[in-house]
Design a protein around this ligand. Structure first.
Ligand SMILES: Cc1cc2nc3c(=O)[nH]c(=O)nc-3n(C[C@H](O)[C@H](O)[C@H](O)COP(=O)(O)O)c2cc1C
Length: 166
C-alpha cells in the first residue's frame, strides 16, 4: 500500500499534524508533500489531506487538490483551527472539505486546535462582529500540544488499518 500525506500550513500548526501522521504510518510506503507539490494522486491507495481552517472554510490552495482526488480513492482529512474542538466554525469547514472531495471515499477526519497568530487576534478583537471568536481563539495558544500530536498519530495508525481492511 502507498500513502500520501499532503498539507497546507501557513504558520506551522498543520505541518506538525502532517509530520505526526507521517510518523504514524509504519506499515506502508509513504510520501509527505505540500499540496502544491503533490502530483500523480492515482499512485496512492490512501491520501491524508490537511489544512488550517480559514474563515470557517478551506483555504483556496487546498480546494483544488480536494476536488481532484480520484474517484473512489480513500481519503482521510485533518485540520487545525483556533476555535474550540467540535465548534461550529471547524465543523463547517470539515463538511465543506468533504463536499469538495465528493468523488473520494472519506474514511475519517481529525481536527485539533492550533495557535492563532497574534496580529490576527489583535485585529479581530477590535471588530465587534469577530470579537467573540477572537477571545475564544486566544486559548489555543498552547496547541497543537503533545497530546494533540499523540492523538493525531493514533488517528494515522487507525486510518491505515482501516484502509488495509477494505
Ligand atoms: C486568515 C485566517 C482565518 C482564520 N479563520 C479561522 C476560522 O474561521 N476558524 C477557526 O477556528 N480558526 C481560524 N483561523 C485560525 C487557524 O485555523 C489556526 O491558527 C490554524 O492552526 C493555523 O494553522 P497553520 O499554522 O497550519 O497555518 C484562521 C487563521 C487565519 C490566518
Amino acid at each position: 500500500m502507498k500513502v500520501l500525506v499532503t498539507y497546507y500550513s501557513e504558520t506551522g500548526n498543520t505541518e506538525k499534524l502532517a509530520r505526526a501522521i507521517y510518523e504514524g504510518i509504519e506499515i506502508a510506503e509513504k510520501d509527505l508533500l505540500l499540496v502544491n507539490e503533490a502530483k500523480n494522486l492515482e499512485d496512492y491507495d490512501l491520501i491524508f489531506c490537511g489544512f488550517p481552517v480559514h474563515a470557517s472554510s478551506v483555504p483556496g490552495k487546498v480546494v483544488q487538490i480536494l476536488k481532484s482526488i480520484p474517484e473512489g480513492k480513500k481519503l482521510a482529512i485533518f485540520a487545525t483551527h483556533g476555535s474550540l474542538r467540535g465548534g461550529q466554525l471547524a465543523t463547517t469547514a470539515f463538511e465543506y472539505s468533504m463536499s469538495l472531495a465528493s468523488k473520494a471515499k472519506v474514511i475519517g477526519t481529525f481536527g485539533c486546535r492550533g495557535q492563532v497568530k497574534m496580529d490576527l487576534i489583535e485585529a479581530l478583537l477590535k471588530k465587534p462582529e469577530h470579537k467573540a471568536w477572537a477571545e475564544e481563539a486566544q486559548s489555543a495558544v498552547t496547541h497543537p500540544d503533545d497530546a494533540d500530536l499523540a492523538d493525531c498519530k493514533d488517528f494515522a495508525e487507525k486510518m491505515v488499518r482501516k484502509a488495509l481492511k477494505d
